[in-house]
Each structure stands twice: as structure tokens, then as C-alpha cells.
Design a protein around this ligand. Sequence first.
Ligand code: SF4
Ligand code: SF4
Length: 60
Amino acid sequence: MSKVTVSNACNGCEICVSTCPVEVFEMQDEVAVPVNEKDCITCFLCVDECPENAITVEED
Ligand code: SF4
Ligand code: SF4
């Protein structure tokens, strides 16, 4: 399983919500929260697309 974290650099752009193919992220109070971390397929698309480099994905 992957560990997905969003730092407080998140600007609320929602790009990760639309980019993630397995809907890991949900917006809560205008920041992205990795609510379905267990579904992550470790594709790193969110890491590549986030304009603030706020997302970290680590393989266990
Ligand atoms: S892409 Fe980055 S800055 Fe945009 S909502 Fe997701 S974590 Fe936040
Ligand atoms: S690495 Fe891929 S599957 Fe995992 S949260 Fe990011 S976009 Fe979604």
C-alpha cells in the first residue's frame, strides 16, 4: 500500500482531484485530503501535476 500525504503548501487548485485515476483525493475545507489512500496505484501523476509540490507518495 502507498502512503499519500498533502502538505500545507496545498493551494486548493483541485488538480489532483481530477488527475488521480482512482479518486484518492477529496476537497475538504479547500485543501486536498487523501481519503482513499488504499486505492493508490503509485502512478505519481498527482506528484507530477501538483503546482505547489504539495503531494508526497511513498511506496511501502
Ligand atoms: S494539486 Fe496540489 S495544490 Fe492542487 S489541490 Fe492538489 S495538493 Fe493542493
Ligand atoms: S500516485 Fe496516482 S493513484 Fe496515487 S494518489 Fe497520486 S494520482 Fe492517485
